[in-house]
Structure formats: structure tokens, C-alpha cells
Write a protein that binds this ligand. Structure first.
Ligand SMILES: *[C@@H]1O[C@H](CO)[C@@H](O)[C@H](O)[C@H]1NC(C)=O
Ligand SMILES: *[C@@H]1O[C@H](CO)[C@@H](O)[C@H](O)[C@H]1NC(C)=O
Length: 211
């Protein structure tokens, strides 16, 4: 076999196996260095204690005083550096009465566990099929990677849920916020969304966009 073919096969094997193997037990993020596609470099294990592997704070309700009446309290890499490199994250959702987690997507998949209240949760498949259902305490639902999804509190009390995502930094892209918070000219947004100018101006005003 030609050397170049052997090299290609070897590099494929390395790239496949590197997804499931590691030469370290953990890699607590060192924020003195820039992030890479694989996460942050590791802090010296000699300087770590058990407290570096513990996050406290998901027992407290977040502040839901905002237009969506929702709070997301996240134990992602920036707040919980121990998840760096491990492909796992946890967050708490507090959704006030009538509140929503507006439609959004992540780079990865998500699982939600409802612990208080009643919500409608759903996602939209890439064929535009909507999958949505009323969830109560103890219910779990999956939002497959990258698909648009949302939660709405339809109960008469605040709702609480915990979500786990399979990335140390799953990213959030909220459709309405993305459309409203940028400096794209209104006419372009109208063309690419079919929204009318008043709707575009409304979300630009809400989310700080210009033009
Ligand atoms: C981490 O440990 C190394 C070696 O023990 C030491 O030189 C360094 O100053 C420590 N860094 C921090 C941030 O404590
Ligand atoms: C909640 O957030 C609002 C809006 O940012 C702020 O005015 C209010 O003081 C916050 N409440 C608490 C308890 O932090």
C-alpha cells in the first residue's frame, strides 16, 4: 500500500479513536489560554482540589425578570471549569407563570427533566415536523442535536427543570434574539425572513439591534 494511503488510514483511526479515548482523567479549564475547538488547556492537576469538581448554585431560582420570564442558570465550562473536555453540562431553568424559553438551538443534544410545574416542550425536525407535549414533574424529553426547540410554562405556578447537554459549552442561538440583536439592515432582514418592517424594527428595539 502507498505510504500516503497508510497515512490517511492512520489519521482516520486516530481521529475516530480520539473521540473516545483520553490520556488524562480530566482537564479542568485553564482560562489563561484561549479556547480551542476541543475546549481549554488543562490546569495543573497538582493545584486542584475536590472543590474544583463541585458546582453549587443550581438549588437557587434564577431571576426571571425579563421579557421571556425565564432564567437559565448554567454549569457550563465558564462557570464550572471541571466540565471542560468532558462533553457534558448541566443547567437549571426557571420559567415564571406564562414564561417561555424562546425557540433556539445548540450545537449538541439536550435532555430535560421537569422537577416542578407543567410545561409544553417541543422541537421541530429538519422536515418541519413539530414534536411537542405537555410535561409534568418527573417527565424527561430529548431535543436532538441542533434542532430548534422551546419550552412554555402552561401551569399556574413557576416551573423548574434541569437540562443536560453533551458539550462543555453547548452554545445558544435564539432565533428572535439573533434576528433582533444584529446590525443587518432592516430591508435585508425583511427579504431573508418575509417579516414586515414593523416586526423587524420591533425585535431590533427589544434586543438592541441597529439599522
Ligand atoms: C500550580 O502548581 C505549580 C507547580 O506546583 C505552581 O508553580 C503554580 O504556581 C501553581 N499555579 C497556581 C495558579 O496555583
Ligand atoms: C432581577 O432582575 C431585574 C432586571 O434585571 C432587576 O431589576 C432586579 O433587581 C433583579 N432582582 C433580583 C432579586 O436580583
Amino acid at each position: 500500500m502507498e505510504l500516503s494511503k497508510i497515512c490517511i488510514i492512520f489519521s482516520l483511526l486516530v481521529s475516530f479513536s480520539s473521540a473516545t479515548t483520553s490520556v488524562v482523567d480530566f482537564c479542568v479549564a485553564d482560562f489563561n489560554f484561549p479556547v480551542t475547538p476541543a475546549g481549554y488547556p488543562c490546569r495543573n492537576p497538582a493545584n486542584l482540589t475536590v472543590d474544583d469538581f463541585v458546582f453549587s448554585g443550581l438549588g437557587v431560582a434564577g431571576n426571571t425578570s425579563n421579557i421571556f420570564n425565564v432564567a437559565v442558570t448554567s454549569a457550563f465550562d465558564l462557570t464550572f471549569p471541571a466540565v471542560n473536555g468532558l462533553g457534558i453540562t448541566l443547567a437549571r431553568l426557571d420559567i415564571g407563570v406564562g414564561g417561555v424559553v424562546p425557540i433556539h438551538s445548540h450545537r449538541v443534544s439536550e435532555v430535560i427533566l421537569v422537577t416542578e410545574g407543567t410545561i409544553i416542550a417541543g422541537f421541530i425536525g429538519s422536515d418541519n415536523t413539530a414534536y411537542f407535549k405537555t410535561l409534568n414533574k418527573g417527565d424527561v424529553m430529548i431535543f436532538p442535536h441542533t434542532l430548534l426547540h422551546f419550552q412554555v410554562n402552561v401551569g399556574d405556578s413557576p416551573a423548574v427543570a434541569f437540562v443536560s447537554l453533551n458539550s462543555a459549552n453547548p452554545g445558544f442561538q435564539f432565533i428572535t434574539t439573533s434576528i433582533g440583536a444584529n446590525n443587518l439592515p432592516t430591508e435585508i432582514i425583511q427579504k431573508i425572513t418575509l417579516f414586515d418592517a414593523a416586526q423587524v424594527q420591533k425585535v431590533k428595539k427589544l434586543f438592541g439591534g441597529t439599522n
